[in-house]
Design a protein around this ligand. Sequence first.
Ligand code: C5P
Length: 237
Amino acid sequence: MKELLYEGKAKRIYTTENEQIVLVEYKDSATAFNGEKKANITGKGRLNNEITSLLFLQLKEAGIDSHFIEQVSETEQLVKKVTIIPLETVVRNVAAGSFSKRLGVEEGKELTAPIVEFYLKNDELGDPLLTNDHILELNLATAEEIAVLREKALKINTVLLSFFDGLGIRLIDFKLEFGKDNQGQILLADEISPDTCRFWDKNTNEKLDKDVFRRDLGNLTDAYENILARLGGHQHV
Ligand code: C5P
């Protein structure tokens, strides 16, 4: 029997008959600014499920394992059960969002090299930025694990940058989450979707990600459908 294990802002996690495997259901809810702005957007769950599935498959082809097993319906996928490391790993190629705001760097400025940042996954504290010493002090990861997370994040960035470039999309920045499987191996987990990445059209710089919702820039599902279409995914007309 399928039992609800966890409900987050954008997904529900259910048990399956296999205790090493869980079912992820993508919801239609959109939230921003740590839940302050909320909306129900029909079709968003399907779009993020399809896009995440295609990206995890793409990464697998490039030799990067994740928790992803298979997409099983429009809004659901089966994944390996992992214990999520409570860190949000952000990779930035171009200045935008909180980086621009905090450091006064104009949005759209190409960074000289990709930047990796870690944030504490904690809604009550508003996901604060962490230094490596903070991570060690709070026992969130060891120095070796921090190095592994950084290395994996940069490798994923290299693969995704060139993949999206071929689709006419600039990968501005994105957030990853990692988990540990029952062998203690660190695996890429969660999702990679327009909810967790900034995608700008290469020619027009049109925003094709959650900033459309955060900043009221237009229709969110049109933007996400645009990304799915370029990935060659199943579209609803
Ligand atoms: O807001 P900020 O500029 O720090 O976000 C960097 C990237 O991480 C963006 O692509 C954003 O969508 C993603 N992010 C996320 N979940 C968060 C914070 C940021 O997916 N809680």
